[in-house]
Write a protein that binds this ligand. Sequence first.
Ligand SMILES: Nc1ncnc2c1ncn2[C@@H]1O[C@H](COP(=O)(O)OP(=O)(O)OP(=O)(O)O)[C@@H](O)[C@H]1O
Ligand SMILES: [Mg+2]
Length: 281
Amino acid sequence: MPAAHLSVDGISHTYKRGQVRALDNLNFQVEPGEALALVGRSGCGKSTLLHIMAGLMTPTSGKTLIDGRTVSGPSPNWVMMFQKPSLYPWMTVAQNVALGLKFTGRTAEIAKRVPEMLELVELADYADRNVQDLSGGQQQRVALARSLAPKPEVLFLDEPFSALDAFTRNNLQRDVRRIAKELDITLVLVTHDLSEAIIMAERAVVLSANPGQISDIIEIDLDNRDDLRTPEYVAARTRLTKAYEKAAGLDFEARHVNASMPSSHADKNMKPAAADRAAVL
Ligand SMILES: Nc1ncnc2c1ncn2[C@@H]1O[C@H](COP(=O)(O)OP(=O)(O)OP(=O)(O)O)[C@@H](O)[C@H]1O
Ligand SMILES: [Mg+2]
């Protein structure tokens, strides 16, 4: 199935509980086959937006269109991967991967499709293993294979690698991007991690908070995403960091001025910004 076009049209959302205005009039497009990152500080509405785009939540107003059709609920054509792989521990790797096909009544495809997917995520030798015996990174690969088995047009990812060690995370980031390109899948990724956004995405929508609004859309135009030391990577990183800081209201110029002030002023003004900067870098 060819990759899908997504259109986010005037999405606003207020949670009834606490009357939290999470999102305010968001509008953007995701091109077919594009990988797009949603970035912004904690609580700015990234997960809310992703859940709405995937049809797991209904927005207060506005809509998402996937290939011109209004999203009104979940579908095997667009699948979501979460931070925890949520596999069935009593089933084998192959049985877990087959679930998406089973639930959608496509059991005839299981025999061919499951081995193909396991090959793709480099777990062909693990088909009959119990998922409990796998590492966190391997379990996330099983979840990825399960998500991909029904041939979705769009893959939504909500910080799916944040529980993994840096090396495993890095490999999966590259693998998911490669696989999405190979299978022609549109990717929408939520992340706090700016390196992850740069490695995986061609554009980043940067959100500001309270309520969540688009602060910037940054192009990440890189020929080589494997080498994090190229001038292009460093330039993209600088652009995205600046946009993130602007959206998060982190004024580092002011912080430097504060640093030369009497310590009582400097401490009061620096601590939250310093904590946020640590989150960005
Ligand atoms: N079920 C809910 N009921 C009420 N308010 C909620 C609910 N879920 C989220 N919120 C609020 O909506 C806002 C956006 O939350 P959301 O989870 O989308 O943020 P996020 O950007 O994904 O944050 P994080 O990076 O920490 O995951 C926050 O102010 C949050 O407290
Ligand atoms: Mg979130």
